[in-house]
Design a protein around this ligand. Sequence first.
Ligand code: AMP
Ligand code: MN
Ligand code: MN
Ligand code: MN
Length: 276
Amino acid sequence: MSPFDLHTHSTISDGTLTPARLVQRALARGLDVLALTDHDDTGGIDEACREAEGTPLRVLPGVEISVTWESRTLHIVGLNVDPGNHTLAAGLAAIREGRDVRARRIGESFAKAGIHGAFEGAKRYVTSERLVSRTHFARFLIERGHARSMQDAFKRYMRAGRPGHVEHAWAALGDAVSWIHAAGGQAVIAHPARYGLTATRMRRLLGEYRDLRGDAIEVISPSHTLAEAEDSARCARVFGLLASTGSDFHDPDESPLDLGALPPLPMGLAPVWSRW
Ligand code: AMP
Ligand code: MN
Ligand code: MN
Ligand code: MN
């Protein structure tokens, strides 16, 4: 267990617990610090903070921003962001609009592949009218028996070349980092080993990120094997980045790790919380 869990989702994006329920679960599991980092939306932070008032839990306002870098999708977590910051809010609103357009195109793409009503089906799983995600499509595919689990749905339908994958341009890396900084937060590259980057490309990303004044990378994540966590730790040391940790929790049944169920950070790293 780690007392810090700095990457989690609620019904404001593609999680299934409301922000208040997520806070209750974090309290029950004895966490000290919980960052709520919904995809492209900070709309759950007020509710989470209110629920934690008068308890020993500290809720950190966060967000996970979708980014396109060298034609790949990356996720940049912002920690300790001010949700009222206009630069950040405007950037996130633009990304969410793009999500609606993309979801319609994904629906059309499924129809061409013979799976009809996917857009409407995914919409039934949407828990915030402001945000539709591939996770909602995956839940629809499971319901219809097209996939056995989330992993299976993503493997079969969401990879490049499959119907659930359409080209889409998210925010630029530099924009995401600058919005997070404008909102007073720290930028963290989420689950860096999940992107399938070659070592050369990873070095290019981290060099660019450091030049943009990016703060940190996630070292401990359910997306990482032990070896990948060690690799990410090495990257943090070499590029002088802080280290973060998070369960990427979405749902008690779907998610591989429960809140705070995280191994400690490897030795010799400066954790993100050393700057709080
Ligand atoms: P989107 O931002 O709409 O492209 O959806 C991405 C979301 O899909 C991620 O935030 C995860 O919650 C989920 N996801 C991506 N890959 C997988 C996977 N292999 N298994 C389960 N969920 C996944
Ligand atoms: Mn997600
Ligand atoms: Mn992510
Ligand atoms: Mn996430």
